[in-house]
Design a protein around this ligand. Structure first.
Ligand code: SAM
Length: 248
């Protein structure tokens, strides 16, 4: 009792939900949903009849007080988003940080997350990675974000819209060069699931040949920067530059 459960839900295939998640969704006093109609489909698929209320970016502060009151009355609440793990590029951060400050019990119920699902089958290094969230939709902002990551040695994971894939991969070629390896994991767990890996340059050609690749949802993964063992270190170049100015 008196717990906020953060419940991960499927990212496409409705079977990707844990037994524990289903039990909790059935037994809590209310389910706080990003979109109640969307969550209703999941609940109906498992014949779960329970109360729902909407909690999204625009009413999170107002709901905070309401949910806190329910917890104070000894009630339990489940928080779900439309797909995957709440708070991961989804609503929930404000309420979780607020309730944690007030020492309320917050319990995570693990499950699908598109970023981790994509990484697990991408074939790029997974020992260290950086989750970068959504790429900006405007080109200038997107190029700025990518440029700041040009020397990032960890694998980089982004959420992006496939309809922008050609523009985004074009920017990757420009910023990281055409030889950088990338992976696009599209429609994960769904009928048209495609996980394609290539160098950024060849990826662009592949995308341009197949318009179907520009549909649905995708995770974009960029291989981390690998220093060329034969390259002259930046420090040495800087030192040489200083020496040269003294030789003039
Ligand atoms: N909370 C979710 C999670 O745990 O992955 C992410 C929510 S975010 C609003 C939605 C984005 O996640 C999509 O735009 C896409 O980048 C990615 N995504 C969600 N489901 C996906 C799927 N089935 N295949 C590929 N990417 C997916």
């Amino acid at each position: 009792p008196s717990t906020l459960y953060i419940v991960a839900t499927p990212i496409g295939n409705l079977a990707d939900i844990s037994q524990r998640a289903l039990t909790i969704l059935e037994h809590v006093d209310v389910i706080a949903c990003e979109d109640t109609r969307h969550t209703q489909k999941l609940l109906s698929a498992y014949s779960i009849k329970n109360k729902t209320l909407s909690l999204h970016d625009h009413n999170e502060t107002y709901r905070q007080t309401q949910i806190e009151e329910m917890l104070n009355e000894g009630k339990s609440i489940a928080l779900v988003s439309d797909a995957g793990t709440p708070l991961i590029s989804d609503p929930g951060y404000h309420i979780v940080s607020y309730l944690k400050q007030l020492n309320h019990k917050v319990v995570p119920i693990p499950g699908a997350c598109a970023a981790i699902t994509a990484l697990s089958a991408a074939g790029l290094a997974t020992d260290k990675f950086s989750f970068e969230g959504f790429l900006p939709s405007k080109q200038g902002a997107r190029q700025k974000v990518l440029t700041e990551l040009v020397n990032e040695s960890r694998t980089m994971v982004f959420y992006d819209a496939p309809r922008r894939a050609i523009d985004t991969v074009g920017d990757i070629v420009e910023v990281f060069g055409s030889d950088r390896k990338i992976v696009i994991a599209r429609e994960l767990t769904k009928t048209f699931e495609t996980i394609h890996s290539d160098t950024a340059g060849d990826f662009l050609k592949w995308l341009e040949q197949d318009p179907n690749q520009l549909k649905g949802e995708m995770v974009l993964i960029i291989e981390g920067f690998k220093a060329d063992p034969n390259a002259i270190p930046n420090k040495a170049i800087e030192t040489l530059k200083i020496l040269l100015t003294h030789m003039k």
